[in-house]
Every structure is written in C-alpha cells, then in structure tokens.
Design a protein around this ligand. Structure first.
Ligand SMILES: NC(=O)c1ccc[n+]([C@@H]2O[C@H](COP(=O)([O-])OP(=O)(O)OC[C@H]3O[C@@H](n4cnc5c(N)ncnc54)[C@H](O)[C@@H]3O)[C@@H](O)[C@H]2O)c1
Length: 300
C-alpha cells in the first residue's frame, strides 16, 4: 500500500472542499500535514483560523499529524509563513499541494475591475508562486520534492465569464511545465491536476453529476503525484468522479513552405490545423525542433 510516512506536506486551501480531502488522505497515508486555509468567503473576503483548525482536529482524531495555518497564499510573506510552519513544526517540506483560491465571482469581461482581477490572479497564480518559491530552496537542498498544482478545465478549455480565473489557471500550467524542467536536476517533480468536484466553489454547476463528485475521488491522484513513485513531471491530469486522464498539449506538424506567403497560408490553413500528424513537445525547444526538422536539421 502506498505510504507517505516521514514526509511533510503543505496543502493550501485545505479547510474545505478539495484541499480538505487532499489533507485527510495525505495524513491517513502517514504524512505530517500543514493545513493552510485563510477561511474567507468565496469572494476572498474575511478570514478565520477555525476553517483550517477544524480539519486539523479531524486529522488528529483519526490518529494523524497536522498543524493549522491561516495565512493567505496571495502574499510572499504568507507563502513564507506557510512553508515556515512546516519547517518549524516538522523540520522539512517534501510536498506542496497548491490548491487554494477564490473565483472572485464570475463576471463578463467588461465588468472585470482591477480589484477582482488581482484577487483572482493573487489567490491562484501568485499564490502558487509564493508557496512554491518558499519551498524551493529546502527542496533543492534536500534533492527531493513534489509539487502538485491545481489548474482547471476552465483555464485549459475556456468558459464565458471566467477570463480572470481561466488566465490564472492556464498561468499555473505554464508555471507547472517550466518549473518541472527546472526541478528535474534536483529531484523535484511538478505536476498539476484539473479537478472536477462538488464543492462550495463549484456550486450547482455540475447538476445531476454532483452526487458522483465527492472531492475525495480526486485526492488519490494528488497522493500519487506527491509520492516518491510518481513517474512523471510537467503533466496535467484531469480527475473527477473516479475518472483519471491526462490533458496534453500537442503541436500539429502542420504545413511547411520556407517561402510562405499570405495566399499560401489561406490555401493551406486546413493542413496547418490538421491534428492527425502531431507531436507532444516536452518543452519549448522540442516544439522549435519541428521547424528545425523541416529545414533538414536533426537537433538544435
Ligand atoms: N470544484 C471544482 O470542480 C474545481 C474545478 C477546477 C478547479 N478547482 C480548483 O480546486 C481548488 C479547490 O477548490 P474547491 O472547489 O475545493 O473550492 P473551495 O472554495 O471549497 O475551497 C477553496 C479553499 O481555499 C481557501 N482559500 C481561498 N483563498 C485563499 C488564500 N488566499 N489563502 C489561503 N486559502 C485560501 C478558501 O478559504 C477555501 O477553503 C481551487 O484552486 C479551484 O480553483 C476546483
């Protein structure tokens, strides 16, 4: 059976919904867990330490090890304090699950004011930076780490009235893929989940599917990506209601003409959009390699 005994995990936004389910599972597998949650409203307002503390009480009652933290991930001081709690209380940090965030309410693009935009980018995207940056030094020093970020189908595939949230969530994909490349030499693996679960944030959006979307059906993927056995880095795994499947970014091999003209583009656009012949680049230079091949170069 998979175990995390001796590992120290930080789970952000772990007072409710998905984060709570992740924290409960990681603790039940033996990890010591920092349960972080600002305890605020869905719009990001307010805050209460009780939200994180109630999950710590659940973990402790079940015989697990956990400590609460109520700092916001949206500031670098908050990120440092969240990771600092793990280092102070448990002496190390092996796992960071970046899960916290608020939607700020979904509004049309014309109504997206600065305050709402910064609150959504702050809690999701900047929050991932803040907590991961604080954990990076200790992880590099120990030559080991697992970071599990949380993106969303809204970011990956789009949704009306969700532009700020979608941009934050797709930003997290960029962060995940590039940090994975950087972390490789230090034994740090960085992946992301795109969850689907019935939570406060999701509200009634999933309709009749709700009864199948217990957040606990997402957490097993987080546990595997957080485990030493995790075989991948830089990947995005969609998970919800018991289904698990990778979401991947491909590049069509496309059309090639070294003397490309606008008319040429118009006449051959179907070939450029044809998905039957594609590659799955692992980083940016892999994609540049497609063009290199067409110019007769084998490697760049
Ligand atoms: N529920 C879904 O179907 C779904 C789908 C895609 C992505 N997600 C993502 O999953 C994550 C968890 O969402 P959820 O559905 O469990 O929502 P939720 O609202 O139930 O839980 C989010 C938690 O994050 C906390 N939080 C918010 N801002 C914070 C901050 N600045 N610092 C610390 N804690 C903060 C909140 O207090 C809350 O307890 C989010 O990143 C969300 O965008 C959820």
């Amino acid at each position: 059976m998979m175990e995390l005994t001796g590992r120290v995990a930080v789970v952000t936004g772990a007072g409710r919904g998905l984060g709570r389910a992740h924290a409960l599972l990681l603790a039940s597998l033996g990890a010591a867990v920092v349960v972080n949650d600002l305890g605020g409203g869905l719009d990001g307002s307010g805050g209460s330490a009780e939200t994180a503390e109630s999950v710590v009480a659940e973990i402790t009652l079940a015989g697990g090890i956990a400590v609460a933290n109520a700092d916001s991930v949206a500031t670098s001081a908050g990120g440092a304090e969240i990771v600092g709690t793990a280092l102070r209380e448990f002496g190390r940090v092996d796992i960071v699950v970046n899960n916290a965030g608020t939607t700020g309410g979904l509004v049309g693009f014309g109504d997206l004011d600065d305050e709402r935009l910064m609150s959504v980018l702050g809690s999701h995207l900047i929050g991932c930076f803040n907590v991961s940056r604080a954990a990076w030094g200790p992880m590099v020093a120990q030559g080991y780490g697992r970071i599990v970020n949380t993106t969303s189908g809204v970011g990956l595939f789009g949704m009306g009235k969700g532009v700020a949230y979608a941009a934050a969530k797709m930003g997290i994909v960029g962060l995940t893929r590039s940090l994975a490349v950087e972390g490789e030499v230090s034994g740090i693996k960085v992946n992301a989940i795109a969850p689907i679960a019935a939570t406060r944030m999701a509200g009634t959006v999933f309709g009749a599917l709700d009864e199948h979307l217990d957040p606990a059906r997402v957490s097993p993927v987080v546990a595997y990506l957080a485990h030493a056995d995790c075989p991948v880095t830089g990947r995005v795994i969609s998970v919800g209601g018991g289904r698990v499947g990778e979401v991947f970014l491909g590049a069509a091999r496309g059309y090639f003409n070294a003397d490309l003209t606008p008319d040429d583009v118009r006449e051959n656009f179907d070939t450029a959009l044809d998905h039957t012949d594609f590659v799955l680049p692992l980083d940016a230079m892999d994609e540049v390699g497609i063009t290199a091949t067409m110019h007769g170069l084998s490697g760049i």
